[in-house]
Design a protein around this ligand. Structure first.
Ligand code: F0G
Length: 461
């Protein structure tokens, strides 16, 4: 028997490495200077200043030899490129959605769908909106509402599908205000809540509730393959079905989807909208021409469409997914063994540190998530991201509710077991001296999506 990837063994890579990129760890003083220059915001650090980059799993994947070869067969015709046809056929085959509209990344797809479907005063329910989705709903004057199940907000609860939506709350919302709900969204997996999957049972129920009132269901399908893999491995009765079959049932329950292929499309740039709604597709294409480009390239080089078609298939390969989710579980296991508090169970694309239990001496006012992110870089050159009050608080006010997490996102096919062991030991060192970690204040912030560019300073008290 080959070693199982699912036990205590570390996951064995289902690939070998053909190209490498040098990385190095700056000295402690240089890291300190880099932090000050960056206003203590990791988004302002230079890549060269980072040793292990866990800022995001988005657009940071290593492409395969097949994808790189795909770039060489780019048919760069403005209209009617054969790469578009292949891309369109792949998305149709995987999702069953007939209308496929490329876009340069996920938020462009969100912009196209939400600016056409949502209106001022509307309400858009989602299990949990990701920051860009939330912003696009707000920009049209509508209100984003998160309806995740209560377990999603409890880091210690081992519920296998914390991405599920609270269907009682959805029913109540639709009973009260269905005329104001232009679409229901479901984010697979729930990134904001820890990369937690949505069960097929829940998706069926959400689809039934929305469709009973004639409201369309759209999936934010960025991490659809990881979600389908969790359905296969965690949901009763699903283990004999393939990931693609499960994925296809998820899409069959919906009316359309927005996609950032920078995640489960294994590309560095790319995305799309897919829908059954021919009228909406026609309107989207009109907008697309204004904002992204002609419908057979949508803001991308045609070779990018080829890489995306190949990547979508590779991302739904079961050996790949076993390793991918195994890496996350492996890092989570090392951290848990050291007593480090994390969002349980580990999700699909990263390990999320539970900041409230990590730094209980810092209250929300002291931006503990940011303090932890700074400390991880200071300790070992690791770049992580706060997913909490700064990312989701509105305006200047810092939310004192919801989840307070620091995400260690794992790029796809990029880091090895020894990198993950290094990450675990850096986190452990910070954990061991957690009482010494001081708080931060925000000194500069834009109105929207402030975590990207805000600047911070150590707090005085
Ligand atoms: N939806 C979800 C669930 C996401 O996680 C992201 C991006 C988007 C939409 C937007 O896609 O970046 O291609 O425009 N998430 C990245 C992250 C940025 O780090 O989690 P995009």
């Amino acid at each position: 028997m080959p070693p199982s990837f699912a036990d205590e063994h570390s996951p064995v890579e289902p690939y070998r490495i053909k190209v490498v990129e040098a990385i190095s760890l700056l000295g402690r003083e240089e890291r300190e200077r880099a932090l000050e220059r960056a206003g203590f915001n990791p988004f302002n650090l230079l890549s060269e200043e980072v040793y292990i980059d866990l800022l995001t799993d988005s657009g940071t994947s290593a492409m395969s030899d097949r994808q790189w070869a795909g770039l060489m067969v780019g048919d760069e015709a403005y209209a009617g490129s054969r790469n578009f046809l292949r891309f369109e056929a792949t998305v149709r085959r995987l999702t069953g959605f007939p209308h496929v509209i490329p876009a340069h990344q996920g938020r462009a797809a969100e912009h196209l769908v939400l600016s056409l479907l949502a209106h001022p005063g509307d309400v858009v329910p989602n299990n949990m909106h990701f920051d860009t989705t939330r912003t696009h709903v707000q920009r049209v004057g509508a209100k984003p509402v998160d309806l995740a199940i209560p377990e999603a907000y409890d880091c210690e609860n081992p519920h296998p599908f914390k991405g599920d939506m609270d269907t009682d709350r959805l029913t109540r919302l639709l009973d009260d205000r269905s005329a104001a709900v232009p679409l229901v969204m479901m984010t697979l997996t729930n990134n904001t809540g820890g990369g937690q999957p949505v069960s097929l049972a829940n998706l069926r129920e959400v689809s039934r509730i929305a469709h009973a009132r004639g409201i369309p269901l759209y999936l934010d399908m960025c991490r659809w393959a990881e979600n389908a893999y969790f359905i296969r491995t965690r949901e009763p009765g699903m283990s004999q079905r393939s990931v693609r079959e499960i994925g296809r049932e998820c899409f069959d329950l919906a009316d359309g989807a927005t996609m950032s292929a920078k995640k489960d499309g294994l590309v560095n740039i790319g995305g799309f909208v897919a829908t059954r709604d021919a009228k909406l597709a026609a309107r989207i294409k009109e907008e697309l021409i204004v904002f992204e480009g002609f419908p057979t390239y949508g803001g991308l080089a045609r070779r990018d469409l080829e890489a995306m078609a190949i990547g979508l298939e590779e991302a739904s390969d079961e050996r790949y997914l076993e390793h991918r989710t195994g890496q996350v579980r492996f890092l989570a296991g090392l951290l848990t063994a050291s007593g480090v508090p994390i969002m349980a169970p580990p999700g699909g694309h990263g390990v999320y540190l539970d900041v409230r239990r990590f730094l209980p001496h810092l209250d929300a006012r002291h931006l503990p998530g940011q303090a932890l992110v700074v400390e991880l870089y200071r300790e070992g050159g690791i770049r992580a991201v706060e997913v909490g009050a700064i990312m989701f608080g509105d305006g200047e006010e810092v939310a004192d509710q919801g989840l307070e997490l620091v995400r260690l996102a794992i790029p796809r096919r990029v880091y090895t077991e020894s990198h993950l062991r290094y990450v675990a030991s850096v986190v452990r060192h910070v954990w061991e001296r957690r009482d010494s970690v001081r708080g931060f204040t925000m000194v500069e912030a834009p109105e929207h999506l402030r975590h990207f560019t805000a600047r911070f300073a150590p707090s005085a008290d």
